[in-house]
Write a new protein. Structure first.
Length: 114
């Protein structure tokens, strides 16, 4: 017999009984964290829709040899993606440079000790 199973004649432990209110209905506590996240998600979704609708007009982008007409929202999203990618690449370059610098300093210290 398993130690966690209730023995015959004993009532089940409080761990296996669902929390119930005095009326016999499940006790559902107010979850402010869940509701605040849900409200934040709805607000962000609404903001995204408003951003697309407000920037649906076309703009002309001139390159050196050509020009194109695109919606403002695509231009905004392109700039966002380019900014994120360049930020990630710059931080990776900085991290690798710092690791190499630390390794060179460590090798110099080891050479002085020898």
């Amino acid at each position: 017999m398993d130690e966690n199973e209730p023995k015959q004649g004993q009532p089940p432990s409080s761990e296996t009984v669902d929390a119930k209110s005095p009326g016999g209905e499940p006790d559902e506590a107010w979850q402010p964290r869940l509701w605040s996240r849900l409200i934040l998600l709805i607000v962000l979704f609404g903001y995204g829709i408003a951003l697309v609708v407000a920037n649906s007009s076309k703009v002309k982008i001139s390159f050196l040899f050509a020009s194109i007409n695109v919606s403002k929202i695509w231009l905004i999203l392109l700039c966002l993606v380019l900014g994120l990618l360049s930020g990630v690449l710059i931080s990776e370059m900085y991290r690798h440079r710092k690791i190499e610098r630390d390794q060179l300093e460590w090798q110099a210290e080891q050479a002085k000790k020898s």
